[in-house]
Design a protein around this ligand. Sequence first.
Ligand code: FE2
Ligand code: FE2
Length: 159
Amino acid sequence: MNYRINFDEPISQMIQRLKQEHVYFESTFKKVEKSINENTIKEAIKTIHDLSESIIKHAVEEEARLMRVIMHNAKEESADSIKIMQEHNWVVDFLKHKLQNIEGEINIQHSQQIQQQIEEKVKGEINEFIANLRNHFSEEEQIVFPLALKADSSYLNKG
Ligand SMILES: [Fe+2]
Ligand SMILES: [Fe+2]
């Protein structure tokens, strides 16, 4: 996937789209949790895997466009938003590296007892990732998106 960014999309429109994407990601998290509860752990991993590129693209767009307008027009208020954007580091690390390790681990043949231990560990890791990501989305919607909107409109007003 390429991460070509559309710089022509108005910020307010983009924020609406990013919020819709959060809703979509949340609906797939529900699917993942269902798979975990039903013990179809490979299905849970596959669902996250299939979502990886869209989540990474979403994060790249937030940094390239929202942080750009914030740093230009609301730099003095940017500290919290910068911290929230830095959370993308563990998001990307999980999706690009950790998930691969998990897939490797889960696909090796082990004794049943060890297989069970691995599955429990993986379930914990996936649940933690989802919980952190939910929290990340809500921080963005409460802090980053409103600040980006404000920074964008102050820019527009300045003409
Ligand atoms: Fe994000
Ligand atoms: Fe987001």
